[in-house]
Design a binder for this molecule. Sequence first.
Ligand SMILES: Nc1ncnc2c1ncn2[C@@H]1O[C@H](COP(=O)(O)OP(=O)(O)OP(=O)(O)O)[C@@H](O)[C@H]1O
Ligand SMILES: [Mg+2]
Ligand SMILES: [Zn+2]
Length: 463
Amino acid sequence: MAKTKTAFFCQECGFRSPKWLGKCNGCEAWNTLVEETIVPVGADADSGRWIAVGSKAQGENKPIPLDKIEVSGEARTPTGSSEFDRVLGGGVVAGSVILIGGDPGIGKSTLILQSLNHLGKGRGKVLYVSGEESAAQIRLRADRLSIQSDHLYVLAETAFEEIIAHAENLKPVAIVVDSIQTVYTRRMSSAPGSVSQIREVAAQLMFYAKRSNVAIFIIGHVTKEGAIAGPRVLEHIVDCVLYFEGGKDHAYRILRGVKNRFGAINELGIFEMKGVGLVEVENPSGLFLSERPKDAAGSVVVATQEGSRPMLVELQALVSSSYLGSARRMALGVDPNRVSLLLAILEKRAGLHLGDQDVFVNVVSGIQMNEPAIDLGIIAAVASSFRDRPIDPETIVFGEVGLAGEIRGIQKAAQRIREAEKLGFKRCILPKRNETQLREEEKGKIKIELVGVAQIGDVLEVI
Ligand SMILES: Nc1ncnc2c1ncn2[C@@H]1O[C@H](COP(=O)(O)OP(=O)(O)OP(=O)(O)O)[C@@H](O)[C@H]1O
Ligand SMILES: [Mg+2]
Ligand SMILES: [Zn+2]
């Protein structure tokens, strides 16, 4: 009989090593390697899923010419939430596996319970597998969300083999596994939540989804670093990876796609957490700007583009003299490295002496912005706070800033401008190149005043 072997797995990235290491060679994290049992090679040969797939393939699966492959007519099923559908690329694809990650208590179970109920309506049964909460707790949540359903089945179970057995009997059209970290397969002796368990269970779920054409939602917890706990390989296995984010101090929740085999990524779904559950936000710009201070130095509205939707968000900066010897830099909602870079550009190209100043930058609303188009907003907010001069509250800005202090054109300027017009803004500071382009293409259609800038110095002048 083959003897049981163990290996050490990094709990962050799934890196595998035969011996213990203090620092992971895969992701350079410290103290993340944990010993786990791996299935003995001999045993794997009889029960390994790839072998099983292979032996089955002898009879059923054959290479098929592309145009002879049958597809069912109804490709996507709406989730009942336009925001969720937007992120998924228009609805749920049958047989796909969708991973949803998020901080504890952010509302993952709520979102998924609401959608699952809708997914089953008129189409068949749906199965909610919970390893974290009892059936009664889920009933309580459903009551709060006013979900009444005879097609939604709840199963409080953590053994993977049991879950699949129940699914085979019930034949649901969609399954939720809440959460992947609580489920274990008996084929592995390592603890639930360990890398080998997560990886194996996810791969098996994927296999089951493809075989029975069931959509499976997997909920995953997120580590402090923001990655879904367990191996990043999980993200490679599944079809679609969504993150549910937003600070606990805010009522907004943002659903962000980071991988999608059936749709565009970087679409955002925006929700508000209310007593009755998650409610879609139809006008995010309006919501984000609703509490904006007028005539406060350091505040500016930037037009960002997330996926297909433009959004106006307030960006704030606070610059104050540093008494601690070394100036502090803090950024929330934007990349801190990007902020440091822009501060250096401001110092070098515009002569603002920020070396002995603490600088804090914050995106109001708790949203994370990774687009270069917000560069100009950061520059404007910092300069405004430094000089203690408010920026006209009816102005929006966008543009990328280069190392030489040049303002570079960005994508989809016209959409951003339209959003700003809709919300009543009067003036837009934008890259010169975009201005010229817009004047040619949109002749006369633009009502907002366009101010093109080519150099960082021009920006400081116009604001
Ligand atoms: N009565 C209520 N009114 C308003 N909001 C509520 C109410 N009850 C719960 N919530 C919100 O729902 C959130 C919990 O949602 P949910 O259980 O779906 O989160 P989760 O992401 O699944 O959490 P976990 O990681 O613990 O499973 C709470 O943080 C709270 O904001
Ligand atoms: Mg939950
Ligand atoms: Zn690692």
